[in-house]
Write a new protein. Structure first.
Lengths: 310, 252, 354
């Protein structure tokens, strides 16, 4: 079966639209984490979200008697767990001698381990809780299962994040570049820090259904790292990262639909990685090739008369 | 207030900061008049940067009161400007020179409002003062150390404040930049602006500054360079390890 | 007997991970374990496809080589100078893991890997897979592979303890002393990578990460010396393995989740109780701030000269309630005296002399 035929399938249109929306939003939001050198924070948030997702599922079952796997229930759970993991890690780094890497790693173990623990326990329940089989999909993602309602949820959350990004652009920019200076201007650091964390968590949460908690990190870091190579303007970088993310998302959805048994998440990640590799090699000025050429050009020039002044 | 007293430009009282068991800054009192040009000197770990950050409210304090022209700067941020250490930011951040300087207007703009034409014009003007106008569109990663420092100073100029807190503005800059920073400070002071600047090079303190704050966790002396910047004070401040090439200073 | 072997495999895995993880945590690159735990997947799948023999020891070596490939890729990207090391790790390991998942799902090699096994391993089945040499059953294969990893780790640590220590705490000193930090580091990461691979089958990626980071992180909150960190991390690793195993049995679920959670639980307990945990440190911090507050009031008074309370309070920038609380404390402990109308403060006569 060839591409245009597949693309006409309405279910596939929903999936492709959803995946590219996920890619766009997480690509854009990932830029700020990337620039703060906190790329791996997203990995911890996404792994931790599993506990939130399964927890929310169990809780709705316990309270209402019927469990729901709709994003409207699971997203708040994921938001809560992701934020909790980050805040705990942050406070461990501040208050003990452990640094970010260890505190984040421990929180990842606790929350993801706990999520698996709970998941296996849910699967052992008899009589089985209806709908529990789909929970497993959050680990590796299941883009094909995306419904129209899920798509609306993704668009709504992504829209909220975009509005927040636009409204607070200036504040986020100065805080990311120079936190001490932004505090001296009277912008409270804790608020802006929580805000950037909240946006990151949002970017993670809308994507985990599609690419899964394990690979989500790639949608945050890889498009940002690719976009950074092409531009030295923050706004262009964010737009480019969103474009790369959207492209990888849509491409991944279409490619995996055209070949039976091809999981969407890994294809999306590898497409994003391909953009990164191309960017790293070919980008003007920062690219490996461009810089090798300019080095060669410098060598061919006669040496400057005076030493370089700083 | 019954009798009218000369309002100090910067008044710091009882400023104390701790990061752990020992205070990083202890009970610092400090008073500078308008147009004062003051260097903060002291050994490593003396709390020099902490003094600036605590006065600006960038780090939390155990105690202390700060007044700029009688007003708490936390309520009126426009009164203060800050030049952080150049090494405290990532110069590979994707932004241009003009953009960074425009950040000086962000405090005045407040939440949500975006900088417009007048803000960018103000930033351009500050860049011209720092002889950097031709580099306005340049990506900040391509600047030299001296140019980076000029960008930071231009950003502070845009803030158009009353008191300028500068953290080692002379660190790692070339001689030309050093001169232009010094003359900028002089001009600001002439216009009645007050400058409190962390400074490492003891030899140049008398040349560039009129006042000195000798700090080693606690303020050991404040006054004009003539009054306080002499060998016995410095030897005490540095624990008798002041290098010999510091000029013998006028004894009082 | 199966029970015994399950526990033995879990215990040896926990020890090997905790010991190798200690140096990662001390060197502040704990998340390298997260990267390795994912990046070795394609190595395992490819080595299996090439060798066609799941029992060959070469499989472990081949897969461990993939971990090393990841390290070298991260270093190469970082060396371009345009992407920092955290981000390059964040780009590389998901890409490698994706390749692994794709290869698995395409079933190119007829691999039997199931998605769950990648994350959680399969400790329950591990004892059934025997290591048979010349007709002699030498016990479960997994036990032998993790034991090899443990021996490698111990051997490396014993032989190159000094180099590892210098490399961990002061890589620049290592260069000036003439060590080749690049080589020692890469060799060490090769050993770590082998440990990850050997543990992978029984423990899965989550447990590898949990056992490499949580026990050393907990140990660091208790002790200072590197040797003690290693020892205590080993103990914590063993305890989490046993506890997780028991919980898994009791609830009839795969033990990986419970083991990871137990390791996390031990960390949280250390966080609360250890001398460098948050409670003890927090209490010490509050005590020293309280002392500073009292000293500050005294520092703003001179013996024999009463000052108005209001002036002192305003100079310290404190609210009324805080000021009252500090004065009340200082009156009983620091010789501070408030006059009858509570308007002025002065130091008692004895205060100025000591």
């Amino acid at each position: 079966m060839s591409w245009p035929w597949v693309a006409l399938d309405p279910t596939l249109i929903v999936v492709a639209a959803g995946t590219s929306a996920v890619g766009a939003v997480s690509g854009a939001l990932g830029c700020f984490a990337y620039l703060r050198r906190q790329g791996l924070v997203g990995d911890v948030v996404s792994h931790s979200a599993l506990l939130g997702v399964v927890g929310a599922f169990v809780l709705t079952h316990a309270v209402t008697g019927s469990a729901s796997r709709s994003l409207a229930v699971l997203v708040p759970g994921a938001l809560l767990a992701g934020t909790a993991a980050l805040m705990l890690a942050r406070s461990v780094s501040i208050r003990t001698r452990l640094k970010d890497d260890a505190s984040l790693g421990v929180m990842l173990s606790i929350f993801f381990g706990g999520g698996l623990f709970l998941l296996r326990w849910v699967q052992r329940q008899s009589p089985p809780i209806p709908g529990h089989t789909g929970l497993e999909d959050y680990i590796f993602g299941m883009a094909a299962a995306m419904t129209r309602a899920d798509l609306w949820m993704i668009l709504a959350l992504g829209g909220c994040a975009t509005v927040a990004l636009l409204l607070l652009w200036k504040e986020l920019k100065v805080f990311t570049f120079d936190p001490d200076f932004s505090r001296s201007l009277g912008f409270p650091a804790r608020l802006l820090d929580s805000l950037t964390m909240a946006l990151l968590v949002m970017g993670v949460v809308i994507g985990i259904q599609t690419v899964g908690v394990i690979l989500m990190i790639a949608l945050l870091v890889t498009p940002a790292a690719a976009a950074r190579q092409w531009t030295s303007r923050l706004s262009t970088m964010v737009l480019l990262a969103a474009t790369f993310g959207a492209g990888a998302g849509a491409g991944g959805a279409l490619m995996s639909a055209s070949e039976a048994g091809l999981p969407t998440g890994p294809v999306v990640v590898l497409l994003a990685t391909a953009t990164f590799v191309v960017s790293l090699l070919l980008a003007p000025r920062r690219g490996v090739i461009a810089r090798a050429q300019s080095r060669r050009a410098m060598r061919d020039l006669p040496p400057p008369a005076a030493g370089r002044t700083s | 207030m019954i009798e009218r007293v000369e309002q100090p430009a910067l008044e710091v009282e009882g400023l104390t900061v701790t990061y752990g068991r020992e205070p990083a800054l202890w009970n610092a009192d400090l008073r500078l008049g308008q147009g004062a040009l003051a260097a903060v000197v002291g050994p490593n770990g003396a709390g020099k940067s902490t003094l600036l950050k605590a006065a600006l409210g960038v780090v939390p304090r155990v105690s202390g009161r700060v007044r700029v022209l009688g007003v708490d700067p936390a309520r009126k941020r426009r009164l203060v400007a800050y030049v952080p250490q150049r090494s405290s930011v990532d110069w590979d951040f994707p932004t241009s020179v003009l953009d960074v300087v425009t950040m000086g207007t962000y405090g005045r703009l407040g939440w949500f409002r975006r900088p417009g034409r007048s803000e960018r014009a103000a930033a351009m003007q500050a860049l011209e003062q720092m002889e950097m106008a031709d580099l306005a569109g340049r990506q900040i990663a391509e600047l030299s150390g001296g140019q980076q420092q000029r960008v930071f100073l231009a950003r502070a100029l845009v803030q158009d404040a009353e008191v300028y807190f500068m953290d080692e503005p002379f660190a790692g800059v070339d001689a030309v930049t050093e001169q232009s920073i010094a003359s900028l400070m002089g001009r600001l002071a002439q216009h009645g602006k007050t400058i409190l600047s962390v400074h490492h090079d003891l030899a140049t303190v008398p040349r560039y500054f009129e006042h000195a704050v000798l700090l080693n966790r606690a303020v050991q002396a404040v006054g004009t360079v003539k009054e306080v910047f002499h060998r016995s004070n410095l030897d005490r401040l540095y624990g008798g390890r002041v290098p010999a090439d510091v000029p013998e200073l006028a004894s009082v | 007997m199966i029970e015994f072997w399950t526990l033995a495999i879990a215990a040896v895995t926990a020890l090997a991970c905790a010991l190798s993880g200690s140096f990662l945590v001390l060197k502040r690159e704990a998340l390298v374990s997260e990267g390795l735990a994912h990046a070795v997947l394609p190595g395992i799948v490819i080595a299996y496809a090439l060798l066609g023999d799941r029992t060959s020891p070469l499989l472990l070596v081949g897969a461990a080589a993939m971990g090393l490939v990841m390290i070298l890729m991260v270093q190469a990207i970082r060396r371009t100078g345009v992407v920092d090391s955290t981000a390059s790790l964040g780009v590389v390991f998901p890409a490698l893991f994706s390749i692994g998942v794709l290869l698995t799902s395409l079933n190119l090699a007829g691999t039997h890997f199931h998605a769950d096994c990648i994350i959680e391993g399969n400790l329950a089945l591990a004892p059934l897979d025997r290591f048979v040499v010349g007709g002699h059953d030498l016990g479960p294969r997994a036990f032998w592979s993790v034991s090899t990893a443990l021996l490698l780790v111990c051997g490396f640590v014993l032989a190159l303890f000094k180099e590892l220590k210098v490399l961990t705490f002061d890589p620049e000193l290592a260069v000036s002393l003439g060590f080749r930090p690049g080589r020692v580091h890469v060799a060490w990461l090769a050993v770590v990578s082998f440990t990850v691979v050997a543990s992978f089958e029984a423990a899965g990626s989550i447990l590898v990460v949990a056992l490499m980071i949580a026990p050393p992180a907990a140990a660091i909150l208790w002790v200072d010396d590197v040797r003690h960190v290693l020892g205590l991390a080993g103990v914590f690793g063993l305890v989490s393995a046993f506890a997780g195993h028991e919980i898994g049995l009791a609830l009839d679920i795969a033990p990986a989740g419970p083991m990871a959670t137990s390791a996390g639980g031990l960390f949280l307990a250390s966080l609360a109780l250890a001398p460098r945990g948050v409670i003890v440190k927090g209490r010490a911090y509050r005590r020293s701030v309280a002392q500073m507050e009292e000293d500050l009031i005294a520092a703003r008074l001179q013996p024999g000269f009463p000052r108005p309370c209001e002036a002192v309070r305003s100079e310290l920038g404190w609210g009324l309630r805080r000021f009252e609380a500090v004065v009340a404390r200082a009156e009983s402990s620091a010789g501070l005296v408030r006059d009858v109308g509570a308007r002025t403060l002065h130091l008692s006569a004895g205060r100025g002399e000591n």
